[in-house]
Design a protein around this ligand. Sequence first.
Ligand SMILES: NC(=O)c1ccc[n+]([C@@H]2O[C@H](COP(=O)([O-])OP(=O)(O)OC[C@H]3O[C@@H](n4cnc5c(N)ncnc54)[C@H](OP(=O)(O)O)[C@@H]3O)[C@@H](O)[C@H]2O)c1
Length: 104
Amino acid sequence: MQAKLGTTDRRHTILIIGISRGIGRGLAAEYLRRGWFVIGTVRSSAVAPELEAMAAGMAGRLRVERLDMPRPSAIGTLRERLADDRLDVLIVNDRIVGASDWTA
Ligand SMILES: NC(=O)c1ccc[n+]([C@@H]2O[C@H](COP(=O)([O-])OP(=O)(O)OC[C@H]3O[C@@H](n4cnc5c(N)ncnc54)[C@H](OP(=O)(O)O)[C@@H]3O)[C@@H](O)[C@H]2O)c1
Protein backbone atom coordinates (compact mmCIF):
# COMPACT_ATOMS: atom_id res chain seq x y z
CA MET A 1 0.00 0.00 0.00
CA GLN A 2 1.31 3.43 -0.84
CA ALA A 3 1.68 5.81 2.10
CA LYS A 4 1.38 9.42 1.01
CA LEU A 5 2.84 12.18 3.15
CA GLY A 6 -0.12 14.24 4.31
CA THR A 7 -2.71 11.48 4.28
CA THR A 8 -4.62 11.45 7.57
CA ASP A 9 -7.41 8.92 6.97
CA ARG A 10 -5.58 6.21 8.90
CA ARG A 11 -2.62 6.00 11.22
CA HIS A 12 0.61 6.27 9.22
CA THR A 13 3.82 5.49 11.05
CA ILE A 14 7.40 6.31 10.17
CA LEU A 15 10.57 5.06 11.86
CA ILE A 16 13.46 7.51 11.58
CA ILE A 17 16.91 6.46 12.73
CA GLY A 18 18.63 9.49 14.26
CA ILE A 19 16.28 12.31 15.27
CA SER A 20 18.56 13.97 17.82
CA ARG A 21 19.49 16.74 15.38
CA GLY A 22 19.88 17.74 11.76
CA ILE A 23 17.82 16.31 8.93
CA GLY A 24 16.36 13.54 11.11
CA ARG A 25 15.03 16.04 13.64
CA GLY A 26 13.58 18.14 10.83
CA LEU A 27 11.94 15.14 9.18
CA ALA A 28 10.41 14.09 12.50
CA ALA A 29 8.95 17.56 13.01
CA GLU A 30 7.55 17.67 9.47
CA TYR A 31 5.93 14.23 9.64
CA LEU A 32 4.41 15.15 13.01
CA ARG A 33 3.12 18.41 11.55
CA ARG A 34 1.39 16.38 8.84
CA GLY A 35 -0.32 14.10 11.33
CA TRP A 36 1.91 11.03 11.16
CA PHE A 37 2.97 8.86 14.07
CA VAL A 38 6.76 9.10 14.41
CA ILE A 39 9.08 6.63 16.08
CA GLY A 40 12.53 8.21 16.26
CA THR A 41 15.79 6.92 17.64
CA VAL A 42 18.55 8.64 19.60
CA ARG A 43 21.92 7.47 20.88
CA SER A 44 22.57 9.97 23.61
CA SER A 45 20.65 10.22 26.84
CA ALA A 46 21.63 13.92 26.86
CA VAL A 47 19.19 14.83 24.09
CA ALA A 48 16.41 12.47 25.06
CA PRO A 49 14.73 14.69 27.68
CA GLU A 50 14.25 17.46 25.10
CA LEU A 51 12.69 15.02 22.65
CA GLU A 52 10.61 13.39 25.35
CA ALA A 53 9.24 16.84 26.23
CA MET A 54 8.42 17.33 22.54
CA ALA A 55 6.73 13.92 22.57
CA ALA A 56 4.62 14.94 25.54
CA GLY A 57 2.93 17.60 23.42
CA MET A 58 2.15 15.20 20.59
CA ALA A 59 -0.58 13.08 22.15
CA GLY A 60 1.42 9.91 21.69
CA ARG A 61 2.38 10.58 18.06
CA LEU A 62 6.11 10.82 18.82
CA ARG A 63 7.87 7.92 20.47
CA VAL A 64 11.56 8.10 21.25
CA GLU A 65 13.59 4.89 21.29
CA ARG A 66 17.30 4.38 21.89
CA LEU A 67 19.52 2.88 19.20
CA ASP A 68 23.22 2.81 18.38
CA MET A 69 23.37 1.35 14.88
CA PRO A 70 26.76 -0.39 14.90
CA ARG A 71 25.56 -2.81 17.56
CA PRO A 72 23.57 -5.64 15.86
CA SER A 73 22.09 -6.61 19.21
CA ALA A 74 20.69 -3.09 19.56
CA ILE A 75 18.94 -3.41 16.20
CA GLY A 76 17.47 -6.74 17.29
CA THR A 77 16.26 -5.21 20.54
CA LEU A 78 14.59 -2.35 18.70
CA ARG A 79 12.99 -4.76 16.24
CA GLU A 80 11.49 -6.69 19.15
CA ARG A 81 10.25 -3.48 20.76
CA LEU A 82 8.53 -2.53 17.49
CA ALA A 83 7.13 -5.99 16.76
CA ASP A 84 3.55 -4.79 17.21
CA ASP A 85 3.98 -1.61 15.19
CA ARG A 86 3.08 -1.37 11.53
CA LEU A 87 5.68 0.79 9.79
CA ASP A 88 4.84 2.59 6.54
CA VAL A 89 8.21 4.25 6.04
CA LEU A 90 11.73 3.69 7.36
CA ILE A 91 14.38 6.39 7.06
CA VAL A 92 17.87 5.31 8.02
CA ASN A 93 19.17 8.83 8.45
CA ASP A 94 22.53 8.16 10.07
CA ARG A 95 24.09 6.19 7.21
CA ILE A 96 23.40 3.60 4.49
CA VAL A 97 22.95 0.04 5.79
CA GLY A 98 22.39 -3.33 4.17
CA ALA A 99 18.90 -4.81 4.19
CA SER A 100 20.22 -7.77 6.21
CA ASP A 101 20.55 -5.46 9.21
CA TRP A 102 16.76 -5.28 9.39
CA THR A 103 15.48 -8.65 8.15
CA ALA A 104 17.30 -11.37 10.11
N1 LIG B 1 23.39 17.73 5.87
C1 LIG B 1 23.69 17.61 4.56
O1 LIG B 1 23.89 18.58 3.81
C2 LIG B 1 23.73 16.23 3.92
C3 LIG B 1 24.00 16.11 2.57
C4 LIG B 1 24.03 14.83 1.98
C5 LIG B 1 23.80 13.71 2.76
N2 LIG B 1 23.54 13.87 4.09
C6 LIG B 1 23.28 12.66 4.86
O2 LIG B 1 22.02 12.79 5.50
C7 LIG B 1 22.09 12.16 6.79
C8 LIG B 1 21.70 13.17 7.88
O3 LIG B 1 22.52 14.33 7.76
P1 LIG B 1 22.61 15.38 8.95
O4 LIG B 1 23.39 16.54 8.45
O5 LIG B 1 21.26 15.64 9.53
O6 LIG B 1 23.51 14.54 9.98
P2 LIG B 1 23.78 14.81 11.54
O7 LIG B 1 23.43 16.20 11.94
O8 LIG B 1 25.14 14.28 11.78
O9 LIG B 1 22.68 13.84 12.26
C9 LIG B 1 22.81 12.45 12.11
C10 LIG B 1 21.81 11.78 13.03
O10 LIG B 1 22.07 10.36 13.00
C11 LIG B 1 22.40 9.93 14.30
N3 LIG B 1 23.42 8.90 14.27
C12 LIG B 1 24.69 9.02 13.80
N4 LIG B 1 25.34 7.86 13.93
C13 LIG B 1 24.47 7.00 14.49
C14 LIG B 1 24.56 5.64 14.89
N5 LIG B 1 25.69 4.94 14.78
N6 LIG B 1 23.48 5.06 15.46
C15 LIG B 1 22.33 5.74 15.61
N7 LIG B 1 22.17 7.03 15.25
C16 LIG B 1 23.25 7.65 14.71
C17 LIG B 1 22.89 11.15 15.03
O11 LIG B 1 22.78 10.94 16.42
P3 LIG B 1 23.83 11.60 17.48
O12 LIG B 1 23.28 12.96 17.81
O13 LIG B 1 23.81 10.64 18.61
O14 LIG B 1 25.17 11.67 16.80
C18 LIG B 1 21.96 12.22 14.48
O15 LIG B 1 20.70 12.17 15.10
C19 LIG B 1 23.53 11.65 6.95
O16 LIG B 1 23.54 10.28 6.57
C20 LIG B 1 24.31 12.47 5.97
O17 LIG B 1 25.44 11.78 5.52
C21 LIG B 1 23.50 15.07 4.69
